[in-house]
Design a protein around this ligand. Structure first.
Ligand code: SF4
Length: 219
């Protein structure tokens, strides 16, 4: 399979996913931090706590809390002390814009990314998730699932995050909806079939280098 065919192939398996990351942009920003090293069910539990506690703008509401109070609220997401610290740093940055997300959105992608990456605890995957899903700017999110699937199907291994990101951005049109859905399809495929221990015999992707090498070696 050609690299350019991956999106269509996954879409034919999983159908239209649309934006995929749920919630309004305020929740997406918060959940991009909460989802680090945990599953979505735990994120959702923390979001339920936040929704219960905050009436109105959740960013302004959370911004008023101490780190200790934040960590209590987001406890179900795990690693709550470190995540509270990261969230606090992110909220302080948003506060410098008067919690005005439209104002932040006027930054171009490169400067927005630069500012996000200068916040302590915000790495590339988190920054790019916020840029793509909350601010709807075209940047490709690379996570461990993306690297795994690209490595297995095409035998392409990039060590550097930005190398993998550019592989997508240089191959596919810079299109927010396509990038959002494509990343979602990759996550769905990695969870359903291309797991740590892949379920190749159930996988409809015929043209996969990992699968063909495995069948050659008789595994
Ligand atoms: S055939 Fe196996 S390794 Fe290839 S994409 Fe499917 S599950 Fe992953």
């Amino acid at each position: 399979m050609k690299f350019t065919e991956l999106y269509d192939e996954l879409k034919s398996i999983y159908g239209e996913l649309g934006k995929w990351w749920p919630g309004a942009r305020e929740e997406i920003i918060v959940s991009a931090v909460l989802t680090q090293n945990t599953n979505w069910q735990n994120v959702e539990k923390a979001l339920v706590n936040i929704r219960k506690y905050c009436q109105g703008d959740i960013l302004q509401c959370l911004g008023k809390l101490s780190e200790q109070e934040l960590s209590e609220l987001i406890r179900p997401a795990g690693f709550f002390n470190i995540k509270a610290k990261r969230l606090k740093n992110l909220l302080q940055w948003i506060e410098t814009y008067g919690y005005d997300l439209d104002k932040i959105s006027t930054l171009d992608t490169e400067n927005l990314r630069k500012e996000l990456l200068s916040i302590n605890g915000i790495g590339k995957e988190t920054a790019d998730s916020i840029i793509l899903y909350a601010f709807e700017k075209p940047i490709f999110v690379v996570d461990a699932y993306t690297k795994r699937i690209v490595r297995r199907i095409f035998d392409i291994e990039y060590k550097e995050y930005d190398e993998s990101r550019k592989l997508f951005e240089e191959t596919f049109t810079k299109d927010v909806k396509l990038y959002q859905e494509f990343h979602g399809l990759i996550v769905e495929h990695a969870k359903a079939l291309c797991r740590t221990k892949p379920l190749c015999e159930q996988c409809p992707i015929a043209d996969c280098l990992y699968k063909s090498q495995k069948s050659k070696s008789g595994e």
